[in-house]
Design a protein around this ligand. Structure first.
Ligand code: SR1
Ligand code: MG
Length: 415
């Protein structure tokens, strides 16, 4: 019974849903509907009524970016909705409110965030956003901690891992596009032609490919927590001072360092692409704001994770009863867990930096630099730093080493 919605047909569907009519009334003639989906997979409609506005997101039975030659099951909307519910519990106030879910129509109706816009556009435009690092550091810490056995009972966690393991096609996209395709001549790859030489070297590096495969093994089999799974600057909506995380359609159970690693990569790509977007006058100041944002995200992440460790360790792992009368003896164990998260995050960061310029789905940070003579050297810096992160993940011990490294690569000529 699934029917793909359109601007013309959406009103007749929405009029039958109480959660909609309670908010925006029953008179569809007063609604203004726009399809605004700019992601790679789904339809997204803004439905504006005189008193309120809603977002309607519908999964398509194929990958929007590619077309119906790449079918994708509609049941993924079920998992996206389940992920939103969990994120709302684990990181309250940081994701949009859900009003209605229709499994058969693969439809999620939710809060319209206003006057928020996609963060990536702000980063390309050189706009600073207040509270970004705090929200993102806390979001990553809360979802990582509260979705793991540090917080969850063993049986609940196992049941949830079991539930999400039914969502097989979505992780397969990440397994291929992120972890595999950049490192061989995959059919859907495309990249700036000037990068040919660098790409050959990258693909000839056996140690690097082995390290990426090791990370893929972790991603596929290490179910530490429920990750957002696609946490880039297109999955964040911001005003000048408020930030929300959207689109958890790639959620799955995976390594705790996955989200913060992917997020860091996207800030680094914003950083490296800046010379293609602004004049020397503002360049330094804005690039340094991006690096400060990365640093502060990790500071907030660590502080929040440690706080949760001390106040919310209610799961199977590191139970307080095991450390009774030993004061803060478990603090060292917390540091050890954080060290392991950081190492995974660094490697994931490098891999995400590669896939966004070499695989199928690129990002606007680089893609909107039309002149390839300008774009290619910036992408090359990004690729070279990504490789260093992947190969040296275990030796990079703090965030300052990462930001210093970014400054060094930012002046390099690799073509
Ligand atoms: C075919 S989907 C390509 C990419 O779009 C999504 O936003 C994810 O990043 C995925 O890898
Ligand atoms: Mg998305």
């Amino acid at each position: 019974n699934y029917q793909e919605l359109s601007v013309e047909t959406i009103a007749s569907r929405l009029k039958t849903i109480d959660a909609v009519t309670d908010r925006i009334g029953i008179d569809g003639s007063k609604w203004q509907v726009k399809e605004v989906g700019d992601g790679n997979l789904n339809l997204v409609f803004i439905v504006e009524a005189p008193d309120a506005t809603l977002i309607v997101k519908q999964a398509l039975p194929y990958v929007r970016l590619v077309g119906d030659s790449w079918p994708l099951p509609l049941y993924r909307a079920y998992y996206e909705h389940e992920a939103l519910v969990r994120q709302q519990q684990r990181a309250p106030g940081m994701v949009p409110e859900i009003f209605h879910f229709d499994n058969e129509q693969a439809l999620i109706i939710m809060e319209f965030l206003q006057p928020h816009v996609i963060l990536r556009g702000k980063l390309i435009a050189g706009e600073k956003v207040a509270n970004l690092s705090e929200t993102m550091g806390k979001f990553c810490a809360r979802t990582a901690f509260r979705g793991s056995e540090l917080s969850m009972k063993s049986a609940d966690k196992k049941a949830d891992v079991g539930l999400f393991s039914g969502n097989v096609e979505i992780p397969a996209i990440t397994e291929a596009l992120v972890f595999t395709d950049p490192y061989y001549d995959a059919e859907m790859n495309h990249f700036t032609p000037e990068l040919d030489g660098i790409v050959k070297k990258l693909r000839g590096d056996v140690a690097l490919k082995a390290r990426v495969q090791k990370m893929l093994m972790k991603f596929a089999s290490n179910t530490e927590t429920m990750v957002h799974g696609d946490l880039h600057s297109g999955s964040i909506m911001s005003t000048d001072s408020d930030n929300r995380v959207i689109d958890p359609e790639f959620a799955q159970y995976g390594p705790m360092g996955f989200d913060i690693g992917m997020l860091t990569a996207n800030f680094l790509m914003a950083y490296f692409s800046q010379p293609g977007h602004r004049s020397q006058d503002d360049l330094k100041d804005y690039q340094s704001w991006i690096l400060t944002t990365i640093t502060e995200i990790f500071e907030h992440f660590y502080a929040e994770f440690r706080h949760l460790w001390q106040t919310e360790r209610t799961g199977m792992l590191y139970p307080a009863s095991l450390f009774e009368d030993q004061g803060h003896a478990s603090d060292a164990a917390c540091d050890d867990v954080l060290e392991h998260i950081f190492e995974d995050a660094i490697a994931i960061c490098g891999i995400e930096m590669h896939r966004r310029v070499l695989s199928l789905a690129h990002n606007a940070d680089f893609e909107t630099i039309e002149d390839t003579a300008v774009r290619a050297p910036l992408e090359a810096r990004n690729i070279m730093m990504g490789a260093k992160l992947i190969l040296n993940a275990e030796n990079i011990k703090d965030i300052e080493s990462l930001t210093t490294m970014a400054e060094q690569f930012n002046t390099g000529d690799y073509l």
